[in-house]
Design a protein around this ligand. Structure first.
Ligand SMILES: CC(C)(COP(=O)(O)OP(=O)(O)OC[C@H]1O[C@@H](n2cnc3c(N)ncnc32)[C@H](O)[C@@H]1OP(=O)(O)O)[C@@H](O)C(=O)NCCC(=O)NCCS
Length: 156
């Protein structure tokens, strides 16, 4: 398959929520809880949000939260359904990792639905995170109502 040309952009915080929302709405199997989706949209207005852009269209995004100097969190990530499986998500993670490494970040975490609540879509998401180098750290309950949360980490 031909890989699309991807460029990366750190969004202006005032524009990021409006650009994130249509991407989240394109994948309702993952972002179908309205209140949670709106909180991810709002988070793009306060956190650093990187976009992957293909043919001048927003193909995917990741919001990055910095907890401490040496640790960061891929707080929310999605690729628009039209661009799934074309290498956009991998390219975006690699790009953001490079930026964070240059800023002195040594550890990255990401959270996703844990495998104790089987779900075909999230199984693919987990496969993606492991493929880009994350390692399962712990599954916790109580963080998200009714949904087990798997924490994955990666050393940059
Ligand atoms: C998970 C996601 C970010 C991956 O981005 P992507 O651009 O589709 O992935 P890439 O093309 O870079 O990587 C492809 C790999 O990811 C896997 N993958 C995971 N989810 C996928 C999906 N929904 N569609 C296609 N491939 C997917 C593929 O199987 C492939 O691995 P393989 O070559 O071993 O089969 C994206 O598919 C997505 O937004 N999914 C829905 C929302 C989501 O899961 N967000 C994270 C919530 S915690």
């Amino acid at each position: 398959m031909t890989r699309p040309l991807v460029r990366f952009q750190l969004a202006d915080r005032s524009e990021a929520p409006g650009r994130v929302e249509p991407i989240l709405r394109s994948v309702p199997e993952w972002f179908g809880i309205e209140q949670a989706t709106l909180s991810y949209v709002a988070a793009a207005g306060r956190l650093a949000t990187w976009f992957a852009i293909c043919d001048d269209q927003d193909a995917g995004f990741v919001t990055v939260q910095r907890h401490f100097d040496k640790a960061a969190d891929l707080f929310c990530m999605a690729v628009h359904r039209r661009f799934h499986g074309m290498g956009v998500g991998t390219a975006l993670v690699r790009h953001v990792e490079g930026v964070l490494r240059e800023q002195g970040v040594e550890y990255l975490q990401v959270k996703t639905q844990g495998p104790s609540k089987p779900n075909a879509g999230y199984a693919r998401t987990l496969h993606f995170y492991e493929k880009v180098g994350f390692v399962r750290l712990e599954e916790v309950t109580g963080l998200w109502p009714g949904i087990p949360c798997l924490i994955l980490v990666k050393r940059l």
